[in-house]
Design a protein around this ligand. Structure first.
Ligand code: GCO
Ligand code: MG
Length: 409
């Protein structure tokens, strides 16, 4: 029987920071897991190297469920983004190993393909309507069949989700902010935002017609009452979803939103456990599960959340920003392809440097992502290149109201 012989925590920064766990077995099989927690990367790296790696050595790499329970229950201190990202990295690396040992892509081990590919949405944005339209057209030209729409708000400076004006073929990671410095600060005014956003969607529907699936991210900034009002005002524009309209950890707050609007709701990119979803799922207060494999304890845990959600006709819409590494994105794609209650997958393309460090086998064709058929996850890590990009501390921005009060970003 092969045992786990080594586990290395790899940190690289090809334009932004990524933490990767590589597990090696005694028969030479390797598996990769993503452990990247944007802006707090070294906390997970240390959790892994100080407290998890020593426990893995000598154990059986085939026992994925048992290892998950051992790390989760065995720590006594459960949940939280650092713990769950660390457990996710181990879990995903073990699925990668199991796939390689079986000679099968991970999606086959999860039950096989339920669809041809995973419908992906891209991020269009603009400081104003003309630049937003250009960005939407660029995304349509790139083959996206569903589009997230974010814009600047008149009277405010830089706000979340607006990448600046984009030329065709150009990409821009609007996060991280402030590499090597303290967080940058943005300003916020919910009333100005609530006045503006419905006019943006009216203009987009006017220009691009009724069919294109459109999404929007509220990024946790509204109260339940404000979110209810936004949901209602967007109903005529038929959104695919309104994401994180409130800080979702107040699960009861979503009752207010849900009772007032039929705009579909996507929640959970900052959640890390099934318990964060318990009320939302059982009371059917949401429509799409936003978790990333990377931040929710891995493939094992997210598959269970999706099976629980399936009972209530709730679908997936997994988090796929560029701060989830290509390893985390590949893990999501294997789950996307196999689960029955798939909804949509976020796809914010990684930079060329990132894709040289992490060589992926997933494809994007006709608006659909496919994880590929290489055994395991289908991602390879280039150590020499990774080492040439050294870690630089980087933080997400902080939001303040006009009077200086800190607000959700
Ligand atoms: C999204 C997210 C991200 C987050 C980021 C924070 O919907 O893609 O909101 O853009 O802001 O993952 O690290
Ligand atoms: Mg989001």
């Amino acid at each position: 029987m092969a045992t786990i012989e080594g586990a290395e925590v790899l940190i690289t920064s090809p334009g932004r920071n990524f933490v990767t766990l590589r597990i090696t077995t005694s028969d030479g099989t390797t598996g990769l897991g993503d452990a990247t927690l944007n802006g707090r990367e070294l906390a997970v790296a240390s959790y892994l190297s100080e407290h998890v790696v020593p426990l893995l050595i000598g154990s059986d790499p085939q026992r994925i469920e048992d290892t998950w329970q051992y790390l989760y229950r065995g720590a006594y201190w459960r949940r939280g983004p650092v713990t769950m990202a660390a457990i996710a990295a181990v879990d995903v690396a073990l699925w990668d190993i199991k796939g390689k040992m079986a000679g099968m892509p991970v999606y086959q081990l999860l039950g096989g393909a339920s669809r041809r590919g995973a419908l992906a949405y891209g991020h269009a944005s603009g400081s104003d309507i003309p630049s937003l339209f250009t960005s939407i057209r660029n995304h349509l030209d790139e083959g996206f069949a569903a589009i997230r729409v974010q814009t600047g708000v008149p009277g405010l400076g830089q706000v979340y989700g607006v990448a600046g004006d984009q030329k065709p073929g150009q990409r821009y990671d609007y996060e991280p902010a402030s590499r090597g410095a303290a967080p940058s600060e943005e300003s916020w005014d919910s009333r100005a935002y609530l006045r503006h956003i419905p006019t943006v969607f009216a203009a987009v529907r006017d220009e691009f017609g009724p069919e294109l699936p459109l999404l929007h991210d509220g990024h946790h900034r509204l109260t339940p009452n404000q979110a209810a009002s936004l949901g209602k005002s967007l109903e005529p524009h038929d959104l695919f979803w309104l994401e994180d309209c409130t800080p979702g950890e107040n699960q009861e707050g979503l009752r207010r939103v849900r009772s007032q609007t039929t705009t579909p709701l996507a929640i959970g990119e900052v959640f890390n456990s099934v318990f964060d979803y318990q009320t939302l799922i059982t009371e059917q207060l949401m429509d799409y599960v936003r978790s990333a494999v990377t931040h929710t304890g891995g493939i094992t845990a997210l598959k269970k959340i999706m099976d629980f959600a399936a009972v209530y006709q709730i679908k997936s819409g997994f988090h796929g920003p560029t701060d989830v590494s290509p390893v985390g994105q590949a893990a999501a794609l294997h789950l996307d392809l196999s689960i029955h209650n798939f909804g949509i997958q976020e796809y914010m393309k990684h930079s060329d440097d990132t894709l040289r460090v992490f060589r992926t086998s997933y494809t994007f064709d006709g608006g659909l992502l496919h994880p590929g058929d290489a055994p395991g996850l289908g991602v390879e890590y280039d150590d020499a290149l990774a080492e040439s990009f050294s870690y630089t501390a980087a933080y997400l921005p902080v939001n303040r109201l006009q009077d200086g009060t800190v607000h959700d970003w």
